[in-house]
Design a binder for this molecule. Structure first.
Ligand code: SF4
Ligand code: SF4
Length: 438
């Protein structure tokens, strides 16, 4: 009997599903219906997902009321009874919302309570991010909309559920370290699978049909050469503002290759030679990228000829991964060669995210051998912070049994900072999974 009060939110979600069906939006209908079904799992994060859905439902009903009443007015039809019915539905939605927010309902969603609010936030933010991208893109940006028109919401919902699941696992003490390389690798594999299928003739797998090379240096070099096409540069910059240099440890489609190669090698050992290359090596490739793009543009070289330079640059990078990163166990490509890695590290200083080492650190060294970005050694421990090449990957955080190294964000405890960081970075990962293709 105690579950009886959940009948009202359950019905309120089904009403929203029926309303979506009326407009032929099968994906949204399915999303509301599955969310109602997820109530039976009694997972604590589902409660927050339903709260957000009912809140949004209130706006959907208010908007529908205005449209219906205007329509009836226009044709001089009676509208008062309709207005009363719609007001009742809005009140019903509000009642369902209050039930979901009540302490009684909180007690009913008792499975996996840990970090449930954070997981609910990941679910909602992922859905918000993808729906904004879908609404604002001038073409069908989601694969579901391309292959099954009208089912985009089903993909958005599925990615929201996936994101909250991944975030729950990553928030566990060792979860971030073990899961990060896997989800990053899966993202990169899907990215290149779509590119490969697109090149084989499945044009729907390409973003706009206009091909460009997946070489990170082109994020900067491309717009300088073309004098336009800033989308990737804007996406890169916004990501850096939100999660600092974590672009290079969670989101870059090429960085995942360097990570994979370095994991084939030994545990990384700090190298002062490679450390010096952090700025010297990447600074040189950054200058070369900008100078080459400007020169090629000034001599009027065609895009198809200029691409040879990018291919050459990309192949050197792959060679460094295969022959150096794999040998030393360090992400040599990303920390000494890729110009965007340096840009991410330097621009990342604008974002408030930091890794810091507490004064009670015992210098046991457990974290040094986890850092594949060559950012930790004895001298950095004395300083209390990693070197510039740190990308907030978090591998060192879970390696410290004494919790002496961790994420920092102004006003938050180390634990909360880690949780908020994972919320943001997993949301971006799921949004990128949905929209990132060439
Ligand atoms: S350093 Fe370059 S290739 Fe490596 S993760 Fe960053 S942008 Fe990607
Ligand atoms: S210092 Fe820690 S968080 Fe920074 S790159 Fe190294 S292992 Fe990752």
């Amino acid at each position: 009997m105690k579950y009886f009060i959940l009948v009202i939110p359950f019905l309120a979600l089904l009403l929203l599903a029926a309303h979506s069906l009326r407009f032929g939006d099968y994906g949204l209908m399915g999303a509301f219906a599955v969310l109602a079904g997820l109530m039976f799992t009694r997972q604590a994060w589902v409660r927050w997902g339903i709260v957000a859905a009912l809140l949004w439902g209130g706006f959907i009903w208010a908007d529908a009321t205005v449209n219906f009443v205007n329509f009836r007015h226009m044709f001089d039809l009676p509208w008062k009874r309709l207005a009363v019915i719609m007001a009742t539905i809005i009140l019903f939605d509000g009642l369902a919302l209050m039930i979901m927010l009540s302490q009684r309902s909180k007690g009913l969603f008792s499975v996996t309570r840990e970090k449930s609010l954070a997981r609910g936030v990941v679910f909602v933010l992922t859905i918000l991010g993808l729906s904004l991208a879908r609404t604002n893109a001038s073409f069908p940006i989601l694969l579901a909309d391309r292959y099954l028109p009208g089912w985009g919401w089903a993909e958005i919902f599925a990615l929201g559920v996936y994101a909250q699941w991944i975030s729950g696992l990553m928030m566990q003490p060792r979860g971030h370290r073990t899961l990060r390389p896997r989800i990053w690798g899966v993202f990169s594999a899907l990215f290149f699978l779509q590119l490969g299928l697109g090149l084989l003739g499945m044009e729907q797998m390409l973003m706009t049909g206009t091909l460009h090379l997946p070489v990170p240096a082109l994020i900067l070099g491309g717009p300088i050469f073309r004098g336009g096409g800033f989308f990737m540069l804007i996406l890169f910059s916004v990501t850096i503002l939100l999660v600092g240099p974590a672009w290079c440890s969670h989101l870059c489609y090429i960085g995942a290759w360097d990570d994979g190669m370095s994991r084939l090698g030994p545990r990384p050992a700090h190298s002062s030679v490679l450390r010096r290359m952090n700025i010297a090596g990447r600074g040189t490739t950054l200058l070369l990228t900008v100078a080459t793009a400007l020169i090629l543009r000034s001599i009027g070289m065609s895009g198809s000829s200029a691409i040879v330079f990018a291919v050459f640059f990309g192949l050197i990078g792959v060679g460094i991964m295969a022959f150096v990163s794999r040998k030393v166990g360090m992400m040599t490509h990303c920390t000494t060669f890729c110009p965007m890695g340096l840009v991410a590290n330097v621009m990342g200083k604008i974002s408030p995210w930091r890794i810091r080492i507490d004064s009670d650190c015992t210098r046991c060294g457990a974290c040094y051998t986890r850092c594949r970005y060559n950012a930790l050694d004895e001298s950095r421990m004395e300083l209390g912070r990693p070197a510039l090449s740190c990308t907030l990957c978090g591998d060192c955080v879970s390696a410290c049994a004494d919790k002496q190294i961790g994420y920092r964000f102004p006003g938050l405890s180390s634990e909360n900072a880690r949780t908020v960081f994972i919320v943001l970075v997993v949301t971006l990962h799921a949004v990128f999974l949905g929209v990132a293709r060439i």
